[in-house]
Design a protein around this ligand. Structure first.
Ligand SMILES: *Cc1c(COP(=O)(O)O)cnc(C)c1O
Length: 470
C-alpha cells in the first residue's frame, strides 16, 4: 500500500496490522465489560485532556493514533453495552451483530442505491420481509433503515403529511406549506421528545398539536379523544419511555381511522413485543396503524445506530422522501434512499440481518421474554420497600421512587457514583423517579441480584435510620 500523497509515510503496509490491533483492543474491551466501572472515573475523564489539542501540522504514525484511542478513549466510555447498564433504553450488541458490523465496515458500502451495493439492497429487502412478518404488519409494508426512531418518526410523519395533502388535493409539491389546509396532530401527553422535534422540523407548531390526557402509566385515555379535525394525524406509543406502557390500540385505532386520520405508532423499543408470545397482547390492534417506528439498537441489541421506519402506504413514504437526479440510477431492485431522508447511508442491513438470522423467530421472542423476566425479578426484589414501584411493569421498564424527591435524587446519585450499575432518572407525573431499563442480552439473574442490592444500599445511605425502640 502506498500513501504517496502523505508526507513522510509513503511506504506503509499497515492495513492488516491496524485492523488486527483494533480487533485486539476491541476484544479486550468486550471481555472486560462486565467488570468495568459503568461510568468512567475522574482519572479517565481528566485524561480526556490529551484530545484537546490543536490540529496536528503533520501526519502521525497510525499505530499511535489507534493506541491513543485505545489508551485514553476506552477508559472514558460508559460501559453501556455491558450487563450492568440500565440507563435510558440502551440495548447491548449481540456478538454476531457486532462481528457482522465489523465485516460490513470493511466493505464500506453505500446503500443509497441498489446499484451501489447489491448486497446491502438484498439484505434490506430480506429484513423488510422478516420484520413485517415478525411484527404482524401488513404484507405491503415498506421499510427504511435510518439512524434511529427519531429519524424513523420524522420519515413516517413526512409520509403522513404527504398522504393527507394528497387526499385533500393540496398540491404540496408546488405550494408547500404556504396556505395549505391545516393538519392537526393528536396523541398522549406522554409522547417522546423526539416527536415534537420531528413535528417542528416538518413545519408544525404547538397550535396544531393536541396532547391529550393520560392515565398513571402514560396511556392515552380513550375518553380524552375529541372529535378529530379534518386532516388529522394520531400518534400512539408502544412502550412509553418511562413506564414501558402501551396504548390501547385495539380501542383507539378504529375510532380515529373512521375519522380519516393517519395513525403512527412510536414503538422505539416496544414494537418488538409483537414478536413474543408473552407480550404480544400488548400490541393487539397495532397492525391497523399506517406507520410505525422502531429501533434495532435498543431491545433487539444491534449495535448503534439502527432504526426502522415502517409504512403500509409505499407511495406516501416514497413521495415524501424520494430525491431525483439525472445521475441517480433507479433501475435496481431496491434503492434504500427512496425510503429514508438520507442519500448516502452505511449498510445497516448487514448487522440487522445478522442479528435476525442468528436469533430467528424464537430467539427474538426469547430475548424480549428474558428482559420481561428480569424486570419482574427486580420488582420482586424491591416489593418490600423502601422503594415504591411506580409503574405496573408490563414490559422491560421498572420505575421506582423513594418517599421524597430529594431522597430519590440522592439515591440515584449514590448509585451512579458507586459505578457498579448505572441508570438514569426522570420526573414522572410531577415526581422524581429512577428509571431502570432492562435491555441487554448479557444481563442475568445475578446482575439483577447485584442491582437490587445496590439499590437497597443506596436507599439506606440516603434515608434517615428509623429510631430503634427502647
Ligand atoms: C429512544 C426513543 C426514541 C428515539 O429513538 P432514537 O433511536 O434515540 O432516535 C423515540 N421514542 C421512544 C419511545 C424512545 O424510547
Amino acid at each position: 500500500m502506498t500513501f504517496s500523497w502523505l508526507p513522510g509515510q509513503s511506504e506503509l503496509n499497515l492495513q492488516q496490522d491496524l485492523l488486527d490491533a483494533a480487533a485486539f483492543a476491541a476484544k479486550h474491551y468486550a471481555a472486560t465489560l462486565d467488570a468495568r466501572a459503568v461510568f468512567p472515573g475522574q482519572t479517565a475523564l481528566t485524561a480526556l485532556a490529551v484530545f484537546d489539542e490543536p490540529i496536528p501540522e503533520d501526519p502521525c504514525d497510525p499505530g499511535i493514533v489507534l493506541e491513543t484511542l485505545a489508551t485514553h478513549g476506552g477508559p472514558a466510555t460508559t460501559a453501556s453495552s455491558g450487563p450492568n447498564y440500565y440507563g435510558f433504553v440502551t440495548g447491548g450488541s449481540l456478538p454476531i451483530a457486532l462481528a457482522a458490523r465489523w465485516l460490513g465496515d470493511a466493505w464500506d458500502q453505500n446503500s443509497a442505491l441498489g446499484r451501489m451495493s447489491p448486497i446491502a439492497a438484498q439484505l434490506e429487502q430480506t429484513v423488510e420481509h422478516w420484520v413485517t412478518d415478525l411484527l404482524g404488519l401488513p404484507k405491503e409494508t415498506l421499510m427504511g433503515l435510518v439512524s434511529g426512531s427519531s429519524i424513523a418518526g420524522l420519515s413516517a410523519l413526512a409520509a403522513a403529511r404527504s398522504h393527507l395533502y394528497a387526499k385533500a388535493q393540496w398540491p404540496f409539491a408546488e405550494k408547500g406549506l404556504q396556505g395549505a389546509p391545516p393538519i392537526h396532530i393528536y396523541g398522549p401527553d406522554s409522547l417522546h421528545g423526539s416527536i415534537d422535534k420531528a413535528l417542528s422540523l416538518l413545519g408544525f407548531g404547538a397550535n396544531q398539536m393536541h396532547w391529550l390526557a393520560t392515565d398513571s402509566e402514560g396511556r392515552l385515555l380513550p375518553s380524552a379523544l375529541p372529535t378529530l379535525a379534518p386532516n388529522a394525524i394520531v400518534i400512539l406509543q408502544a412502550g412509553q419511555v418511562c413506564t414501558g406502557a402501551f396504548d390501547d390500540f385495539a380501542s383507539i385505532i378504529p375510532i380515529v381511522k373512521a375519522q380519516g386520520a393517519w395513525v403512527h405508532i412510536d414503538g422505539a423499543f416496544g414494537l418488538w413485543a409483537a414478536a413474543c408470545d408473552r407480550t404480544r397482547h400488548l400490541m393487539a390492534g397495532a397492525g391497523q396503524a399506517d406507520s410505525w417506528s422502531v429501533d434495532a439498537h435498543k431491545t433487539l441489541n444491534v449495535p448503534y445506530d439502527c432504526g426502522l421506519v415502517l409504512c403500509r402506504h409505499p407511495s406516501a413514504l416514497k413521495s415524501a422522501l424520494t430525491a431525483s437526479g439525472s445521475y441517480l440510477d433507479q433501475s435496481s431492485i431496491r434503492n434504500g434512499m427512496e425510503m429514508t431522508p438520507e442519500m448516502s447511508r452505511r449498510a445497516r442491513s448487514v448487522e440487522l440481518w445478522a442479528a435476525l438470522k442468528f436469533l430467528g423467530r424464537s430467539g427474538v421472542a426469547g430475548l424480549i421474554g428474558h428482559f420481561c423476566t428480569l424486570a419482574a425479578q427486580l420488582r420482586e426484589h424491591l416489593r418490600d420497600g423502601p422503594y415504591t414501584l411506580i409503574n405496573e411493569g408490563g414490559f422491560n421498564q421498572v420505575l421506582v421512587a423513594l418517599d421524597e424527591d430529594a431522597q430519590t435524587n440522592a439515591a440515584l446519585q449514590c448509585l451512579q457514583d458507586a459505578g457498579r450499575v448505572w441508570m438514569s432518572g426522570a420526573t414522572w407525573q410531577g415526581r422524581a423517579v429512577i428509571r431502570i431499563s432492562i435491555s441487554n442480552w448479557q444481563t442475568t439473574d445475578a446482575h439483577i441480584d447485584l442491582l437490587a442490592a445496590e439499590m437497597q444500599r443506596a436507599a439506606r445511605a440516603v434515608q434517615p435510620t428509623p429510631p430503634t425502640s427502647p
